[in-house]
Ligand binder design. Structure first.
Ligand SMILES: Cc1cc2nc3c(=O)[nH]c(=O)nc-3n(C[C@H](O)[C@H](O)[C@H](O)COP(=O)(O)O)c2cc1C
Length: 374
């Protein structure tokens, strides 16, 4: 424990246990690119129900992403999305236990604005606030609003993020901050109120630079990795990188859960989604990811993988199979948590909460709390 960096609030960052959360469907379509999936409209009404259900089911956190441009296609995938900060403030008010993590793009918001937003969310949520820090990866999403920093490449965007979060952390603690950075300048800048608990900080950077940023500044990292062995390696690398500089980061991954009464039924459901794959939305996603027009429409490893229609790792099966697969995942990968996605959250959250969550809690005990909040 002594190797772990105390937070500015003097609380150790290792609290053990597994953090189970919900990736809120704040954009229409959720994380399945298919015409055959249940309708997810990305509305406040739907997300509010998800938050209340997540709280009732005993999940640890709910998180919303930040998205400014969708992928189109027949399903208009992600063309409509809510603002994650306003949303989480509202959801904090209708919940009392579940942690509320929002997302902010470092290239869009001045750090003094975000320091105040999160201090406000800390008050509204009574200490349940968290922030997913994203640098912004897709040019079109930001150039459409004249906010793409030309000449600032991928790694430099993490340099910018580092200055940004440094400024925010200082504003949360210090009476007045003066900082002459390359990207941000603060001149006796004041920010009140201070958060009572330092908001939990997560990042999903998968590049080397993103991982280093996370090691230095964050409490947790979201890793991608579909199979437990791959994830184990990624988790080990992330923890080793942080330990190398005397810090500890919790490691999380994402998983879509497709339940069925039997394994066959769940597999048939997944197949049905794949059959309704939205090719147009895939093209939109590829354009956003920076594929050249000439490559769009051709088959490659990316399109092949995408054709399952699932945008994240997924498991299909009966309750027992889901329990077995997630048990194996945690046992092999030794990650600290999982953020879940459901095709239909309104049935998926309560079912998982009733049938799977208690078993995972029993198998992987620990103080079921998130990160640095003690
Ligand atoms: C769980 C998770 C949540 C993410 N949320 C967002 C988001 O809300 N907005 C966004 O632009 N990117 C988001 N990303 C993308 C990451 O922030 C990151 O840019 C991406 O994983 C590539 O890593 P890199 O930046 O190190 O290259 C997310 C990724 C994951 C795995």
């Amino acid at each position: 424990m002594s190797a772990f960096e105390p937070t500015p609030f003097g609380i150790p960052s290792d609290v053990g246990g597994k953090d189970l959360g919900i990736f809120l469907p704040i954009a229409n379509g959720g994380w399945i690119l298919s015409k055959n999936k249940p309708e997810l409209d990305g509305s406040y009404a739907y997300n509010r129900q998800c938050a209340v259900l997540a709280e009732e089911a005993g999940f640890d956190f709910i998180m919303s992403m930040s998205k400014f441009r969708g992928y189109g296609g027949e399903t208009h995938h992600w063309d409509s999305s809510l603002d994650p900060v306003v949303l989480m403030a509202a959801l904090a008010e209708v919940t009392s236990k579940v942690k509320c993590w929002t997302t902010v793009h470092t290239i869009l918001q001045n750090p003094a604005v975000v320091a105040k937003m999160l201090a406000t969310l800390d008050q509204v949520s009574k200490g349940r606030a968290g922030l997913n820090v994203v640098t912004g990866s897709y040019k079109g999403e930001f150039s459409q609003m004249g906010a793409w920093p030309e000449g600032v490449d991928h790694d430099a965007r993490y340099d910018l993020a580092q200055e940004w979060i440094t400024a925010i952390k200082r504003l949360w603690k210090e009476d007045s901050v003066t900082m002459d950075g390359k990207y941000f300048q603060l001149d006796e800048c004041e920010s009140w109120p201070k958060p009572e608990k330092r908001p939990f900080l997560v990042c999903a950077g998968s590049s080397q630079r993103g991982m280093r940023f996370t090691s230095e500044e964050m409490d947790a990292i979201f890793l991608s990795g579909a199979d437990p062995e791959e994830l184990a390696q990624a988790s080990h690398d992330a923890k080793a990188d942080a330990a190398g500089i005397g810090r500890y980061v919790r490691t999380y991954s994402m998983m879509t859960i497709v339940f069925g009464d039997t394994d066959e039924e769940a597999e048939a459901t997944a197949k049905h989604y794949a059959e309704g794959f939205d090719e147009g939305a895939l093209h939109g996603m590829m354009r956003a990811y920076g594929f050249l027009d000439a490559e769009i429409g051709k088959e490659n490893a990316f399109t092949k993988k995408s054709r399952s229609s699932f945008m994240s790792a997924y498991v299909t099966g009966s309750t027992q199979t889901v329990i077995d697969k997630l048990t194996e995942l945690f046992a092999v990968a030794e990650t600290d948590g999982l953020m879940l996605i459901f095709p239909d959250y309104l049935t998926g959250i309560p079912k998982f909460g009733r049938e799977v969550l208690p078993v995972l809690r029993e198998r992987f005990p620990g103080k079921v709390k998130v990160g640095n909040h003690g």
